[in-house]
Ligand binder design. Structure first.
Ligand code: SF4
Length: 90
């Protein structure tokens, strides 16, 4: 059994997605070249923590480190939403 989906996207959304991918790729290469992982956005929250990531103590992700309770994460969601707004506004 299989399913087939037809996906449509507006030209504006396609452009925004392509721009996001291009910018992310450039940022990744810059972070790698300059050995500055903090240039990259944080990983998804569910991966982040002393049990889930071997880089926890090195990374010390801003807004998550030291470990907070999940009730603190809505603050991060607000910060991320603000970042997305700024990125989309460029
Ligand atoms: S500690 Fe850093 S590298 Fe590890 S999951 Fe969190 S953000 Fe990603």
């Amino acid at each position: 059994m299989f399913r087939v989906y037809k996906v449509t996207i507006s030209k504006a959304d396609l452009k925004a997605t392509q721009d996001f991918i291009k910018k992310t790729t450039e940022t990744f290469h810059k972070a790698f070249k300059e050995e500055k992982p903090r240039l990259l956005p944080l990983c998804r929250p569910f991966k982040c923590g002393p049990k889930g990531c071997q880089y926890w103590e090195q990374c010390k992700p801003e807004g998550r480190y030291p470990l907070k309770t999940r009730t603190a994460w809505p603050e991060e969601k607000e910060r991320k939403a603000k970042e997305r707004e700024e990125t989309n506004g460029e």
